[in-house]
Design a protein around this ligand. Structure first.
Ligand code: SF4
Length: 283
């Protein structure tokens, strides 16, 4: 099989930094907790858990020790709770997520109703919402029904949304007759570059693979985009888990990976794919 790998894919700087900080902290501290899983990748979560990192759903369950804040960030309330309990904080919030939090806070202080385009259940969005009092999270344009048209809006976006979706939502908001719209582009350049590289590649191949956690928002978005341009797109976690019958009759495959997919997973996948179909020489 001829295999082409996207020009940009895999770990982003925010995720790499969070993993490095977790490893450094685990080397020096006992009792290290993370609020939720540090990244959406089962293998990495398992490795860090073996090294002692304990994911928890709530700060209430932590008695003492160190809390690692993942790249998605945490809400203000969570930071306050951690400080009140006298726990140590290691903050791995990505600088780009921190920027969105600050922008939400500033827009709020300037009197704008903050509209965040994104998924209300995503931890990054939940964390940003905690930084401004008047925030509406908008997934589709029908979510705008509850916002008064007289309001002046400060519009921001979840970092991992696609530029197309951001643009569509801005167009939908513009048609609603709000008195003022201040739009700040908070998309992550790393994510955009991965999306552009994936779309470019999937148009050139018979079959496209998007590697990464099934719960990872940026990986799912990558798969969604590729599927639009190449219906033969598969979102997988690793080589071991997929049904190889889809490779039948294909000669060129493309591979990309989400921001939380380790290099080893990509390398192993490509190595096996290049040798497909297996012959006595490469079994
Ligand atoms: S995807 Fe972008 S915003 Fe999210 S952690 Fe990575 S670099 Fe930061």
């Amino acid at each position: 099989m001829k295999v082409l790998v996207a020009e940009k894919c895999g770990f982003c700087p925010g995720v790499r930094n969070a993993i490095n900080l977790a490893q450094k902290t685990l080397a020096t501290e006992h009792k290290v907790y993370s609020l939720g899983h540090i990244i959406h990748n089962e293998d990495v979560v398992r490795q860090l858990s073996d090294a002692g990192l304990q994911p928890v759903d709530s700060i209430d369950s932590i008695e003492s020790g160190t809390v690692l804040i993942r790249s998605h960030g945490a809400t203000r309330d969570e930071f306050e709770k951690i400080n009140k309990k006298g726990l140590k904080i290691v903050d791995a919030t990505c600088v780009l997520v921190r920027r969105v939090q600050k922008i939400a806070q500033l827009l709020n202080e300037e009197g704008y109703k903050v509209v965040m385009i994104g998924d209300a259940n995503h931890p990054e969005v939940k964390a940003v919402v905690g930084y401004a009092q008047d925030v509406a999270v908008v997934g589709t344009d029908s979510d705008l029904d509850n916002i008064s048209n007289k309001k002046k809006l400060g519009v921001i976006c979840q970092t991992t949304q696609s530029p197309d979706h951001f643009a569509q939502m801005i167009a939908a908001i513009a048609k609603r007759g709000f008195t003022e719209m201040k739009i700040i582009n908070t998309l992550c350049r790393e994510t955009m570059e991965r999306q552009q590289a994936a779309v470019k590649l999937c148009r050139q191949v018979d079959i496209m693979f998007v590697l990464g956690g099934l719960h990872s928002a940026n990986t799912r978005k990558l798969a969604e985009l590729c599927k639009k341009h190449n219906p033969q797109t598969y979102h997988l976690q690793n080589w071991a888990e997929f049904d190889k019958t889809c490779l039948s009759g294909k000669t060129t495959a493309g591979v990309t990976a989400g921001a939380s997919t380790p290099d080893e997973v990509i390398e192993e996948f490509v190595r096996n794919l290049v040798q497909w179909p297996p012959t006595p020489a490469n079994i």
